[in-house]
Design a protein around this ligand. Structure first.
Ligand code: GAP
Length: 547
């Protein structure tokens, strides 16, 4: 929800608005009139927003059931089901900061584990590090963030809505509609040291990347890395965004999953055969300037035809698209868009974004900048430390970052949740079809009758499974209610202990997406669940099909 100001004559009127879906289109509609005084209006809006988010999980599903959610509806769903809450909400929250609930924490953790496994553990050419959030402030002078990392704040004269634009957008700005408020550096500062005289001003890192550059030589040497190679990192980044909005899309504290991929200058990508079949909508700078439509094509072909100049870009875009879609992201909603020359960051020679069609439209999900040798050269200059390495093939060389796949955790989480969200008409409840690899709970265990021997045996099954998995134990309400509760939070398998279980030590497993059920031996349940989660076996073949 957001506040808008309307000016009629000399009077200003404030309204609270939200985006709603009407006839398949997302529209802004008034929620409440907030009065004529700005401060009063902000207070009223805060109260109304709190009220609308203070929804308790109800027995009957009351979540909307469109094919696709608006971003506000997703935020409400996340709050209701324990994924994400506005931070410090009991004090009125703080714009741009979010807390993760018991399910959001698990989901985030699973995304990170899958990302690390795919990018670090399963590659010979990649290692991972974990740098400090606050480092020597000279790092940010060298990187160019102190001088060149600026946003321009503008205010819509009619609605009072604040937003940010890049410097290059200034020339096209409608000055009748927008007032330019000035330039802002979005880095948060803090004092390091006990007293004022003894302290220095430092920054909360605005990207994780720089810690990879400052540690580059040590890591390359310690891990005996040979070109081409990558260094990966997952960690928090902070930006004092002018207008944090759209739930986790633009926040002031967020987590990044970044790779700096180093090559010798003009070193060719040897992995292009791996991506021969990966097809995606391509939107090059030329297509944008000619006002042409994005075109679906194989990334390999786009590189062959020179639309994507660098093979490494084609390779990494394909690789990241495959990672997303293998974990359940909707493949139809991705496209690769090249930055126009004026929108590139201060360090980039060529940048592509993997964009996703969010409910608010096509937006950047992940960036792929070619940073060349900009950062290592800058750190050489500012630190007076040689950054060259000796490579067995290339000798003494200052590597280039030919591609920097950089992804925000919050945006990835939104993509996975939006892709998973389904309303099942027959079941009359939401089924969150998350990949079992990402699901917060891998299975729910319930006794059919919540007492006596069935309760005891189900506790034993719970104990066996929790050695390897995060499992929810659920003994309250009807079986139907327990299924519905777990469908809504994305639990892929429900395991029921019934009378038959007491006789032959078997249990039933119900599949979330098909509601099919199989019966399996308790002694085999851990192996079967592992195979199901890793898609190594078809559900129907994993046991005796009973429904
Ligand atoms: N090291 C390069 C870099 O930081 P960026 O395009 O500014 O590049 C990379 O950010 C990614 O980080 C974005 O594609 C997005 O996923 C995420 N990101 C950036 N700013 C964000 C914000 N304010 N809130 C949430 N995610 C953000």
């Amino acid at each position: 929800m957001f506040i808008v100001k309307k000016k009629i004559g000399k009077e200003e009127y404030y309204y609270l608005r939200t985006s709603k879906r009407e006839n398949g289109k997302v529209k802004a509609v008034n929620v409440a009139y907030l009065g004529k005084n700005k401060a009063e209006a902000e207070k009223k809006a805060k109260k109304l927003q709190e009220k609308s988010l203070k929804l308790t999980p109800s027995k009957k599903n009351t979540m909307p059931n469109p094919k696709e959610l608006t971003i506000d509806e997703l935020a409400t769903f996340c709050k209701r089901r324990g994924f994400v809450y506005p931070s410090g909400e009991i004090y009125g929250s703080l714009a741009g900061f979010w807390d993760f609930g018991h399910l959001g924490t698990e989901l985030q953790d699973n995304i990170k584990k899958q990302w690390w496994k795919f990018h670090v553990h399963q590659r010979e050419d990649m290692v991972g590090i974990n740098g400090a959030i606050i480092t020597n402030p000279k790092v940010w002078e060298a990187s160019g963030h102190v001088d060149s990392f600026v946003d321009i704040a503008i205010v819509n004269k009619k609605t009072g809505e604040k937003s940010k634009i890049d410097k290059h957008e200034l020339k096209d700005l409608d000055k009748n509609l927008f007032e330019v408020k000035g330039e802002f550096n979005p880095m948060f500062t803090t004092q390091v040291g006990p007293t004022k005289e003894d302290s220095i001003t430092a920054y909360l890192r605005p990207e994780t990347a720089q810690l990879i550059f400052t540690n580059f030589k040590l890591v390359q040497d310690n891990a005996r890395l040979k070109l081409p190679f990558g260094i990966a990192q997952i960690g928090k980044a902070f930006r004092n965004e002018i207008s944090p909005r759209e739930f986790l899309f633009r926040t002031r504290e967020f987590e990044q999953m970044e790779i700096e991929y180093f090559t010798a200058h003009n070193q060719e990508c040897p992995y292009l055969n791996e991506i021969k079949d990966t097809e995606i909508l391509i939107f090059s700078e030329e297509m944008q300037t000619q006002k042409a439509q994005p075109k679906k094509m194989k990334l390999y072909q786009a590189w062959k035809k020179g639309i994507i100049k660098n093979g490494w870009h084609a390779y990494w875009i394909a690789s990241e698209y495959s990672w997303f879609t293998s974990l359940g992201a909707n493949p139809k909603k991705f496209r690769a868009r090249q930055h126009t020359s004026e929108e590139k960051s201060h360090y980039a020679t060529d940048t592509w974004d993997l964009e996703y069609e969010f409910p608010m439209g096509w937006r950047e999900l992940q960036g792929f900048a070619n940073r060349s040798d900009y950062d290592l050269k800058q750190h050489e200059k500012f630190s007076k430390t040689k950054m060259e390495i000796t490579d067995p093939e290339f000798g003494k060389v200052l590597p280039h970052v030919v591609c920097e796949p950089s992804l925000g955790m919050g945006r990835a989480l939104i993509v996975f949740l939006l892709s998973a969200y389904h309303y099942d008409k027959e079941r009359e409840n939401i089924v969150l079809k998350l990949s079992p690899k990402l699901a917060p709970y891998k299975a729910a265990v319930f006794p059919l009758i919540s007492k006596g021997e069935q309760l005891e045996l189900s506790k034993e099954v719970f104990k066996i499974l929790t050695e390897d998995f995060n499992i929810v134990f659920d003994k309250s309400g009807s079986i139907g209610r327990r299924y519905a509760r777990n469908d809504e939070i994305g639990t892929p398998y429900c395991i029921t202990i019934d009378n038959e279980s007491l006789e032959d030590k078997t249990v039933t497993i119900r599949d979330r997406d098909t509601t099919k059920q199989i019966r399996v031996k308790i002694s085999e349940i851990k192996t079967i669940l592992t195979k199901l989660i890793n898609s190594e076996i078809k559900f129907e073949k994993a046991g005796k099909l009973i429904r």
